[in-house]
Design a protein around this ligand. Structure first.
Ligand code: IMP
Length: 431
């Protein structure tokens, strides 16, 4: 049986504008599924006059009638999620078709505290996490001491017992290692558990739902959070998140078989950004970087931190293309480059006397990498109203061709602004 799915995945260090692309494509799908990460993600989606900032929820939520799934592999913060839902309702968006996996893990208040304390203890080599408790929540999942959404569906007595047991262990850490105050059940009862209980109507066995929908011919869009270079296994470890944003993560995090995964659309900015610490070979720390940051409004949706800016890294992009099986690229924030005299793409790295064309796994090697650049002439024309590829200035088209040659895959979509209608279609990425 043929399934109709598309995966929209980040090909860089997150913040590629996946939210805008998902929102643009969502009309063609019945279900939009998130499968990893949590409120460390941040999407800004502009619909008409309204700007929506989403963290857990996929941008499909802004399309009436679309089913939205928060899948098994996610970690959820009930207080933030409730705030997101309330924010949507205040703007007239009613999340009628939201389904939250009973297998998804809950980020507890002590996970956020641990995120903070662990980052403080790292002193010099801070990871620069989003402080949302993501790492500690995934740590507890794998240590088999996490709390899952489904745990809220059992008896209150069993829940309290489980929580007390977890708190007993955690409090040893807080008081003995971190010299911090312990947590009590009463603390959790204040805001946290009421918010979590409020989510119960949305709890579902989502893998089963996705399976049934696929059997019935529904079209499913899998929306990645973060990006390939933040993947716990394939990114710039340890400067990574704690989940697998890459295509392989879909099977685990959504509970679907590999044969279900269809075409993959890799989303990449026309340049590169990263937030937090870690190596960044094409980083530009001069006035050009500042200009791109200002024009591209490159400040984190979740944390407000200024993002680090760099030229497009073709080596990292090829890494993402290979790992995810990217068929098409969606280039975002393309309009931001208008007015730059020269634009560069890194096609390889020089390490001492050697030239390498693949992304090295070792941080030590990465720190020595000097990008080898292809240089392009810029353009002066405003692109924000351009509707077709042929109307792009010749230098902008040359730059796109350079990206295609470097990455080895065609560019399917080019985004020239935050609105849905500011999207140039070069190839129909989902037929
Ligand atoms: P964590 O996911 O909060 O543990 O953060 C680990 C690393 O991933 C840090 O460098 C964060 O800045 C980065 N990160 C996490 N989520 C995102 C995102 O949605 N966009 C960009 N960077 C992110």
């Amino acid at each position: 049986m043929e399934f109709s799915t598309l995966a929209v995945l980040g090909s860089q260090w997150g913040d590629e504008g996946k939210g805008k692309i998902t929102d643009y494509l969502a009309e063609q799908f019945d279900l939009v599924v998130r499968y990893q990460g949590g409120p460390n993600a941040g999407h800004t989606v502009v619909v008409g006059q309204e700007t929506f900032k989403l963290h857990h929820l996929p941008s499909g939520i802004l399309h009436p009638g679309k089913k939205c799934v928060l899948g098994d592999g996610m970690v959820l913060d009930p207080v933030t999620l409730q705030a997101e839902l309330t924010g949507l309702e205040q703007k007239g968006v009613i999340p009628e078709h939201l389904f939250i996996s009973t297998r998804a893990h809950l980020i507890m208040p002590y996970h956020q505290k641990l995120d903070e304390l662990e980052e403080e203890r790292r002193r010099v080599e801070k990871l620069g996490t989003t402080m949302r408790g993501i790492g500690p929540a995934y740590t507890d999942k794998y240590a088999r001491q996490g709390l899952r959404c489904g745990d809220l569906l059992g008896s209150e007595r069993a829940l309290q017992k489980k929580l007390q047991q977890i708190l007993d262990t955690k409090n040893e850490l807080f008081t003995r290692l971190y010299d911090s105050r312990p947590y009590s059940l009463a603390d959790l009862e204040e805001a946290y558990l009421p918010a979590a209980r409020g989510l119960k109507p949305y709890f579902t066995e989502t893998a089963l739902l996705i399976h049934r929908e696929l059997q019935e011919g529904s079209r499913v869009l899998f929306e990645g959070a973060q990006g390939c270079m933040l993947d716990i296994d394939h990114g710039t470890y340890p400067y990574v998140t704690s989940s697998n944003p890459t295509a392989g993560g879909i099977c685990i995090g959504a509970g679907v078989a590999p044969r279900v995964i269809g075409p993959v659309l890799g989303v990449a900015k026309a340049y590169t950004t990263r937030v937090g610490g870690g190596p960044f070979p094409t980083e530009i720390s001069d006035a050009t970087g500042d200009r791109i940051r200002q024009v591209g409004k490159e400040f984190g949706t979740t944390t407000g931190r200024p993002r680090r800016i760099g030229w497009l890294d073709g080596v990292a992009l090829r890494h993402a293309v290979r790992l995810n099986g990217v068929q098409f690229l969606a280039l975002t924030l393309f309009d931001v480059l208008t007015g730059l005299e020269r634009i560069k793409i890194a096609t390889a790295y020089r390490v001492g006397e050697q030239q390498i064309t693949h992304f090295p796994p070792s941080l030590e090697t990465l720190e020595q990498c000097q990008p080898v650049y292809l240089d392009f002439s810029g353009w002066e024309e405003d692109l924000t109203q351009v509707k077709s590829y042929s109307h792009l200035p010749p230098n902008a088209r040359r730059y796109i061709e350079g990206i295609e040659e470097t990455s080895g895959v065609p560019v399917g979509l080019v985004s020239v602004g935050p609105r849905r209608d500011q999207t140039i279609v070069i190839h129909d990425v989902f037929k």
